[in-house]
Design a binder for this molecule. Structure first.
Ligand SMILES: *Cc1c(COP(=O)(O)O)cnc(C)c1O
Length: 378
């Protein structure tokens, strides 16, 4: 064939020699028939909003998280937004968040009218430093949002104790932590309520946007459902301000197929992370992110730190390794949050983490050869 006759290069198996940061098509291929049947059934049912697919998923995901209630919403950002509104965060209320997180943690607070108050992180784990929380509590503080960043849980016992002392709510940002465990309890059951995202690249991902709020508290669940359904329990009876934020029915059908595989996928992510840890732990030019004792990590991301991050990232990419940065700017250094008026240098651990963090490819379908290729290239 003419196309392949050119050079040796073009005949190499490209697909396996490049390792993307995440590959969604490999997972799709492994369960394609089931997924297509579920989507077809949904389309032929004529039920495109709510319905049994959403109901089934909410029940199954609540069970998976060891809670009584799960409410599907339109995205992870909305899950945080609705969670804030459901506990009464309103204009000017302060909500404590880690300085190092995805921007949506802050977005959710702002959408409810609140003010995100960043605090610094533990440099070993990248997670919110509980010791820094009390110093940020004021008379306006309403809640704390610990983020289970990269797939391991924040130190929830300490955080919950602080919250109790100051009568604050705790909302877990569990968008990266489906199935993660903390001292034999599951992410999503560790605070007053929790926000999940089903963005396609998450450990449990839909084929579009989606999210959920989980809680043990029936009243909070009801409130989230009310706000996400135009503030109405019954058609036309709008008892409070609300809007439209629901988990799409086709996405729920997809999630119902995927959820039974989640634990197995998370276990494979842990296996890959263990291979990386073994291979990289002796390296003086690389700092590994620690998994805290008592945590079962689900490695949404595998993040290392290195002083020459930018050069290293460019070199990895040039060699076909889909490395990334999560995240290169802490919240207070984003132009969108300059109004918080927090100076550079205010959160030194978060700033250093942002400058040095580098994410290596990790997804359940990576094969051993790909893992080795990443290790060799690093
Ligand atoms: C993905 C993510 C979100 C937002 O979820 P979306 O579904 O993209 O809106 C929030 N917080 C964290 C930590 C995330 O990783």
């Amino acid at each position: 064939m003419m196309i392949l006759a050119n050079t040796n290069e073009t005949t190499l198996p490209f697909v396996k020699s490049n390792v993307p940061l995440v590959d969604l098509l490999e997972q799709y291929a492994s369960i394609a028939t089931e997924l297509e049947e579920a989507v077809d059934a949904c389309i032929s049912s004529g039920q495109y909003i709510q319905g049994p697919d959403v109901c089934d998923f909410e029940q199954a995901f609540a069970r998976y998280c060891d809670v009584e209630h799960c409410v599907g919403v339109a995205s992870g950002t909305d899950a945080l937004h609705l969670a804030c509104r459901a506990i009464g965060v309103g204009y000017g209320d302060e909500v404590i968040i880690p300085a190092h997180t995805f921007v949506a943690t802050a977005t959710g607070v702002c959408l409810a009218g609140g003010v995100p108050v960043p605090v610094d992180i533990d440099p070993d784990t990248g997670l919110i430093d509980p010791q820094k929380i009390e110093g940020a509590v004021t008379s306006k503080t309403k809640a704390i949002i610990p983020v289970h960043l990269y797939g391991q849980c924040a130190d929830m016992d300490v955080i919950n104790a602080i919250a109790r002392r100051h009568e604050l709510f705790v909302i877990e940002d569990a968008a990266q932590a489906h199935g993660a465990r903390y001292r034999d309890r599951t992410a999503g059951s560790l605070g007053d309520l929790a926000a999940f995202s089903f963005y396609p690249g998450k450990n449990l991902g839909a084929y579009g946007d989606g999210g959920a709020v989980t809680t043990k508290d029936a009243r909070i669940a009801e409130k989230v459902r009310l706000i996400g359904n135009y503030g109405a329990h019954n058609k036309y009876e709008h008892v409070e301000f609300g809007f439209n934020s629901r988990l799409d029915t086709i996405q729920a059908a997809i999630l119902n197929v995927k959820l039974p595989h989640l634990s197995e996928w998370n276990a494979r992510r842990r296996e890959i992370a263990a291979r990386y840890n073994d291979a990289l732990s002796e390296r003086s030019d690389i700092t590994l992110t620690k998994c805290a004792t008592g945590n079962t990590h689900v490695y949404h991301l595998y993040v290392i730190r290195c002083a020459d991050r930018d050069e290293r990232l460019a070199r990895l990419k040039a060699r076909g390794i889909g490395a990334g940065m999560h995240y290169p700017y802490p919240i207070h250094r984003l132009p969108a949050y300059s109004w918080l008026n927090l100076p550079v240098g205010r959160f030194p651990n978060a700033e250093a983490f942002a400058d040095t963090c580098l994410s290596l490819p990790i997804y359940a379908e990576m094969d051993d050869e790909q893992i080795q290729r990443v290790i060799d290239t690093v």
